[in-house]
Design a protein around this ligand. Structure first.
Ligand SMILES: [Zn+2]
Length: 115
C-alpha cells in the first residue's frame, strides 16, 4: 500500500444549519475548526461607486456582498465583503440588524425628502 492509498482522516459530520449552501455536514474538512456552514452570497451592486481595476486589469462595478457563517467551533457571523478594498467585516446578528435598521431609516429619510 502506498501513501496515496491511505484515506485522509476527516472530522465527523456536523449538523448543518438550514441555510447552509452545502448541507453535507462538512466531512471533507480535515480539521474540526474548519467545519462551518456558509450561506450563499448575496450581492448588492453599488451604482454610485466608481469602477475598480482588479489584479488582472479588469474593470468591475463595486458591490457589497452579504453571507452568513456558523459552525460548532466558530461564533455565528453575518459577513460583509467589498472587493475593491478587500473590506471583510464580521457582524453579530444584533449588529447586522442595527446596520439594517440604520440603512432603512436613512433610505426612508431620502425617499421622504424626495416628495
Ligand atoms: Zn453546513
Amino acid at each position: 500500500m502506498t501513501t496515496t492509498d491511505t484515506p485522509r482522516p476527516t472530522a465527523p459530520a456536523i449538523v448543518c444549519r438550514p441555510w447552509c449552501s452545502d448541507g453535507d455536514g462538512h466531512t471533507n474538512e480535515f480539521l474540526a475548526d474548519d467545519q462551518r456552514c456558509w450561506s450563499e452570497w448575496e450581492a448588492v451592486p453599488l451604482s454610485r461607486m466608481p469602477l475598480w481595476e482588479d489584479i488582472n486589469r479588469g474593470w468591475n462595478p463595486q458591490k457589497l456582498e452579504v453571507a452568513t457563517e456558523a459552525g460548532p467551533r466558530r461564533q455565528d457571523a453575518v459577513l460583509l465583503y467589498e472587493g475593491s478594498r478587500d473590506l471583510d467585516l464580521q457582524l453579530t446578528a444584533v449588529e447586522a440588524l442595527a446596520v439594517a435598521a440604520a440603512l432603512t431609516k436613512a433610505a426612508a429619510r431620502l425617499m421622504d425628502g424626495a416628495r
